[in-house]
Unconditional design. Structure first.
Length: 281
């Protein structure tokens, strides 16, 4: 068949040279049952993606959904510490790995759970090996969850790209901070999501303010926030503004995030439930 001489993308003809884009999605484990996958992303590090992931998991579990966390931050995993998952053995057989479960029933897989007792042992791997590990966490773990939250490393490199291309994401939550470069941070993550054709479920701003323990005044440590302007610019929902809270930080440090009593992320959790069309059976 001869090659066509025009732009195939602008016509409706069944041209012989037309090629369908190849899907790079990796099938889940044959025994898995995952209803929805949500990525937690950011254009830079240190903004609190793992905190947001942990809080969302706790809130979704509290209202009755089965939740899992895939810790895709291979070189800087912090999810297990927030949940007090230390010296936990990961069981499995030829069918796949069984994700360990937290005290309240959240399934979890992280490279830190596979390092034995030495949680400070560095993961000194090249990008291809790190990306391959994320794919293994998806296809070799037996997930049985309503929502699988994927805690992504920062930026737009190998691992975030692997998550976007290999996992069937229903959407992403972009995490940012109040500094002036917030627009750039969100833009990087937003443009990547657009290029990968993945919906953005909304924005979360972390470290928004400190509340004075005496008078209750909100102190803007990093200056005035621009997150509402950025949300309007991109047409995204502002899901939450999380303050710098010493009690919350202490719970994370002690591995007791499941005991949190604040309502910082409640709006975000219910917004995601609505956007995903989640329903309790």
């Amino acid at each position: 068949m001869s090659e066509c001489t025009h732009d195939c993308s602008s016509c409706s003809s069944n041209c012989g040279s037309r090629q369908q884009p190849q899907s790079l999605l990796i099938p889940a484990n044959a025994l898995s049952d995952v209803k929805h996958v949500v990525g937690i992303v950011s254009g830079k590090g240190g903004v609190g993606k793992s905190l947001v992931t942990s809080m969302l998991a706790v809130l979704l579990q509290r209202v009755g959904f089965k939740v899992g966390i895939l810790d895709a931050d291979i070189t800087g995993p912090s999810i297990p510490k927030a949940f007090g998952m230390h010296n936990v053995e990961v069981f499995g057989d030829q069918n796949g790995m069984i994700p360990p479960r937290t005290k309240t029933g959240i399934d979890m897989i992280s490279v830190n759970l596979l390092l034995g007792s030495d949680e400070t042992k560095p993961v000194i791997w090249r990008g291809s090996m790190i990306a391959g590990t994320v794919q293994q966490f998806w296809k070799e773990t037996i997930w049985d969850v309503d929502v699988l939250l994927v805690d992504c490393p920062p930026g737009t490199g190998d691992v975030p790209l692997t998550v976007f291309q290999s996992l069937p994401l229903d959407g992403v939550v972009i995490v940012s901070s109040p500094q002036d470069l917030v627009s750039m941070i969100v833009s990087k993550a937003a443009n990547m999501a657009k290029m990968m054709n993945v919906p953005v479920l909304g924005l979360v701003e972390n470290m928004s303010y400190i509340k004075c323990p005496d008078c209750g005044k909100e102190i803007k440590v990093f200056g005035e926030s621009h997150i509402e302007e950025v949300a309007e610019k991109f047409g995204y929902d502002l899901l939450a503004r999380i303050p710098m809270d010493s009690k919350l930080a202490a719970l994370v440090d002690r591995g007791m995030i499941e005991l949190m009593e604040n309502d910082y992320m409640e709006k975000a959790a219910f917004s995601i439930i609505e956007k995903l069309g989640l329903s309790q059976e």
